[in-house]
Design a protein around this ligand. Structure first.
Ligand code: TNX
Length: 544
């Protein structure tokens, strides 16, 4: 295998004079495919190559669009798509193979053909993501490319985990639609399939709700923002704030645009509407949602907020059900995330409405009161055919086996959920919090939340630790979380995501069975691809 790539690398010399790029990236694929076998020869991809679709399937047009865009990036003009072809003797052939797993694919690159087999359009889409890496970054950056020689290879591949997520917090900082699309592009390149959109926070409400216009008129704007590291509750007159209002929200039309853009990349969008905590922006918009009814301001610092939804009042649930009714209309996802994390009970303890509710419902603790609220939302979502996802605190609140637990305070929540028969998604801060520092050399890194999560640690994540084989079946997958208290723009978001998302996507794809040493040999080609896409990333190549 080595000898072949050496010969190919030597051929790269002729690049430029002939306009032919000779790729040597055949073994540098991330996430690592289940099997790769290099064979003799190469396929010459040119602007004249045709793509033949030998079957019809829903969403296959997204695959065609992807290949068209990809080849346009190389040649300045996309290759021809033959959407109902019977001729597979040359070109790139899309073939139906119903034996293959849902997101799996086979690629066979030979002299005259590239055969891409899959049982779903998603599989064909992932095959194209692999093909992009076989082609290599140079083809996407070089001028006047006439041909790309892709080395002959046989790949058979499918993911081991079905949920491969990335969360973007747009509450702390608003990211315009163009930025969200960039995150979706980055996810697609890593074969990630679920975008968790954290849409509401203490510091900003970001989704248009027709029935409650003040959520965006008032709740989407904070008048100023704390500068530097938040002193976690130790605020005084010397705490520095800027004087610039920060705001933004997505209209329903924009939400649909993002959902469609994601669908074209085989990504499901799961919205998160936080309840009962992290909700000050909602309370600032409609004061009756809080225990005291006082008028608050949208939060201007980070840390945990005490003022939360009042689960004692019936009007709180009316509001939530109205909001969720509009939310379920916008998102085809079968899951809706309702938060549930970090909810102080300080205000509930003094609230007559909460006391009354507890008495009526026979609730003994404030956590049970929280559980009562979550259970009501769970029932409401079920009526709309949706499952609830919540942060691992929902376990303490007591949920039915239909709800899904997102484990963030370590993996304990996920393990507990799996053992009691709840499905879980692993997103522990210890391996998946991409708002943590990537290096110990903090001086030379942008200000971050804290913590230390280097690439190697992400890679070492075993999502099934502590679980038997049957319990492991309850783990749907893993997720990277990008909290944005200290990430004010997309360039910094890219930097925090990359290359750690490469490590996590391989954990998800191979269920943590890969080798870090081997991953590092494939990472330089991925980083070249980031550069070709103009993504800001940390380079782990010289610093490892
Ligand atoms: C905890 S994870 C939070 C977020 C913060 C994050 C910072 C979770 C469910 N809640 O609100 O942004 O820590 O790392």
């Amino acid at each position: 295998m080595k000898r072949i790539s050496l010969i190919i690398a030597a051929c790269a010399f002729i690049t430029g004079c002939t306009g032919t790029i000779v790729s040597d990236k055949a073994v540098s694929v991330i996430p690592q495919p289940a099997s790769i076998e290099m064979t003799e020869g190469s396929f010459r991809l040119t602007a004249g190559t045709q793509a033949n679709f030998l079957y019809e399937a829903p969403e296959l047009e997204y695959v065609a669009e992807t290949l068209e865009d990809m080849t346009e990036d190389i040649f300045g003009k996309g290759i021809k798509m033959n959407l109902s072809s019977l001729d597979a003797s040359k070109g790139i052939n899309f073939i139906l193979d119903e034996e293959l797993p849902a997101e799996g694919y086979k690629i066979e690159v030979a002299e005259k053909t590239i055969d891409i087999a899959s049982s779903t359009a998603a599989g064909a889409f992932y095959a194209l993501q692999t093909l992009r890496q076989l082609i290599g970054a140079e083809a996407f950056t070089a001028e006047k490319v006439k041909a790309v020689e892709i080395p002959a290879v046989k790949i058979e591949d499918s993911p081991l985990l079905g949920y491969r997520g990335t969360m973007l917090d747009v509450g702390r900082y608003f990211f315009p639609v163009e930025d969200v699309k960039k995150v979706l592009d980055i996810m697609a390149m890593h074969k990630m399939n679920t975008f968790h959109w954290h849409l509401t926070e203490d510091q900003g409400w970001r989704i248009q709700i027709d029935k409650y216009p003040r959520l965006t008129e008032v709740g989407s704007i904070r008048k100023r923002t704390i500068i530097g590291k938040d002193p976690n509750g130790e605020y005084d007159e010397n705490t520095p704030f800027d004087t610039i209002p920060h705001g933004g929200f997505y209209t329903k039309e924009q939400i649909r645009e993002v959902v469609d853009y994601a669908a074209a990349r085989f990504i499901t969008v799961i919205p998160e509407i936080e309840f009962p905590g992290h909700s000050l922006a909602a309370l600032a918009s409609y004061p009756y949602l809080g225990c005291t009814g006082e008028q608050y301001e949208v939060r201007q610092s980070w840390d945990i907020e005490d003022r939360v939804f009042c689960p004692g009042k019936e009007t709180t649930f009316e509001f939530l059900e109205d909001v969720l009714s509009e939310v379920v209309e916008l998102f085809p996802s079968e899951y809706i995330h309702i938060g549930g994390d970090e909810c102080p009970t300080k205000y509930w303890q003094k609230c007559p409405h909460c006391a009354k509710r507890m008495k009526e419902e026979g609730l003994k603790t404030f956590r049970q009161l929280q559980g009562y609220g979550i259970a009501r939302v769970e029932k409401f979502l079920a009526k709309h055919g949706k499952h609830l996802i919540g942060w691992d605190e929902i376990l303490e609140a007591g949920v039915t086996p239909n709800s899904i637990v997102m484990s963030w305070r370590g993996t304990e929540g996920g393990v507990k959920a799996a053992k009691q028969g709840n499905r879980a998604i692993m997103a522990p801060s210890t391996y998946c919090y991409f708002d943590y520092y990537q290096s110990k050399d903090r001086e030379n890194e942008p200000l971050a939340w804290g913590g230390f999560l280097p690439l190697e640690k992400v890679y070492s994540f075993n999502p099934f630790e502590g679980l038997s084989e049957t319990e492991a079946d309850y783990i749907l997958g893993v997720q990277a979380n990008l909290w944005t208290e200290y990430i004010p723009n997309i360039k910094q978001a890219e930097y925090m995501l990359l290359p750690r998302l490469a490590a996590l996507c391989e954990v998800a794809w191979t269920a943590g069975r890969g080798s870090y040493g081997d991953f590092l040999t494939r990472l330089p080609a991925m980083e070249e691809m980031y550069d070709a896409c103009d993504y800001n990333h940390r380079s782990n190549i010289e610093k490892r």
